[in-house]
Write a protein that binds this ligand. Structure first.
Ligand SMILES: *Cc1c(COP(=O)(O)O)cnc(C)c1O
Ligand SMILES: [Zn+2]
Length: 414
């Protein structure tokens, strides 16, 4: 029921560990016999499945037996009335993927890739990472009993690097950008027989990204939202979101899907949004310099597919100011109680731009993807001016005095 299809020339081949087309060197993706899947899945059959990504296993490269899993997916889709009010939206929802096992949506990809790697006898799990993927690969390797070696650019958030190490991975820090790290990993994929999940296992890895869109549709009562705002690094999440909507229509889970998909990036690394704004699919690489390190990919592997998917859906690409990122993280935390890493700030700031420019209207249904937890980037959260009381002694009178002084300070909340 599954084959691999070249995304450039469209040729089909057997389902096996492969990632480039033998004919044109284009990237491969998993292709399903949607008519056959349609016979086997329904909204009801999915509802009976586990509360994880594996409820969609008919549309994933799933193993034959019980999958190895940490409980990834089926994260809450929460209504966001307070943030909606600030931004002027009546039907805003947050897909809270900070609640995945290692705190980011990458667990979706890695759950699928790890099971694939096990089925095909790989003994080492690896990746090139902007931070979150490293932690996820390390955790899944621990769970699956595989060796883990993760490659990252130097200078990532200590919480991300430390977590990968705590799960038992060997962390390889490279003096360079993510794009340098990725180039090294492409070379290593040919030298070693490892499962480098986002390189030689990319067709399988990226399928995991679809589950976020499956969940959003199911959680809205099998309805596609009017708008979805997606943070973009390599572009896999965004490109596969579009594939997910096509497949849901193809197997009869949705009658139609006319969701406008928007790409959110920050100014310091916005090659995909720039391409979209110029009406191109071709992405011109940049050298990243952004607070949103998890999105800092200057030469995105799926950039052109992401740009194409956005344009085909009628969406847009945003490139928020760097200094808007932390403000937007604070706004999200202070209105809805969700602590996100900078990628979430990029999405909230991008949403604000989309509303201000009239691309998103008040009465429309909007879902934004909060893809990574702020608990890994705590160095970005300093106690705000006027919100810290320091008492020399544990005395009520001291407290009263300090509180009175502090409450004269101007409020910082946006
Ligand atoms: C990796 C990552 C993304 C972007 O994913 P791509 O599929 O590479 O575009 C978004 N948010 C967070 C937190 C990430 O770690
Ligand atoms: Zn090809």
């Amino acid at each position: 029921m599954k084959q691999l299809r070249c995304r450039e020339c469209g040729r089909l081949r057997d389902f096996e560990p492969a990632y480039v087309c033998e004919h044109c060197f284009g990237p491969l993706e998993v292709a399903y016999d949607l008519d056959a899947v349609r016979q086997r899945v329904s909204r009801e059959s999915i509802a009976k499945g586990p509360n994880t990504i594996w409820r969609y296993r008919e549309l994933l490269p799933a193993p034959t037996g019980e999958p190895i899993d940490l409980g990834t997916g089926f994260t809450p889709l929460v209504k966001a009335p307070n943030l909606g009010k600030v931004l002027g939206l009546d039907h805003l929802y947050l897909k809270n993927d900070t609640l995945n096992p290692t705190g980011s949506f990458k667990d979706r990809n890695v759950a699928v890739a790890t099971n694939f790697a096990r089925s095909y006898g790989f003994d080492t799990l690896s990746c090139s990472s902007t931070g979150n993927l490293a932690g996820s690969v390390a955790a899944y390797a621990a769970r699956a009993g595989l060796r883990a070696l993760v490659f990252i650019p130097a200078g990532l958030e200590p919480g991300k690097v430390g977590a990968a190490s705590a799960y038992g991975a060997t962390v390889v820090e490279v003096n360079g950008t993510y794009d340098d790290v990725n180039r090294l990993c492409v070379e290593l994929a040919d030298l070693y027989g490892w499962a480098i999940v986002n390189v030689n296992l990319r067709p399988f890895y990226s399928e995991g990204s679809k589950t976020l869109a499956f969940e959003v549709a199911e959680q809205l009562g099998w309805r596609a939202p009017d708008h979805l705002v997606v943070p973009v690094a390599a572009g896999s999440l965004l490109a596969k979101t579009a594939k997910a909507f096509q497949e849901m229509v193809g197997v009869g889970l949705l009658d139609r899907a006319s969701t406008r998909i928007h790409a959110a990036q920050a100014e310091g690394c916005a090659p995909v949004s720039t391409a979209i704004q110029h009406g191109r699919d071709q992405v011109t690489p940049v050298r990243p310099n952004s607070i949103a390190k998890s999105l800092a990919i200057g030469n995105p592997a799926d950039g052109r597919y992401a740009a194409r998917a956005v344009r085909a859906s009628g969406g847009w690409g945003t490139a928020c100011r760097e200094d808007a990122v932390q403000e937007a993280m604070a706004l999200l935390a202070q209105t809805e109680g969700i602590l996100s890493e900078p990628a979430g700030g990029v999405v909230v700031a991008g949403l604000a731009e989309l509303v201000a420019s009239g691309r998103i209207r008040r009465e429309e249904t909007v879902v934004i993807c909060i893809t990574g937890s702020g608990l890994k980037t705590t160095e970005l959260f300093e106690v705000r001016d006027g919100h810290r009381l320091q008492l020399a002694k544990a005395r009520a009178a001291d407290f009263e005095q300090a509180l009175a002084a502090a409450e004269k300070a101007p409020a910082v909340v946006a």
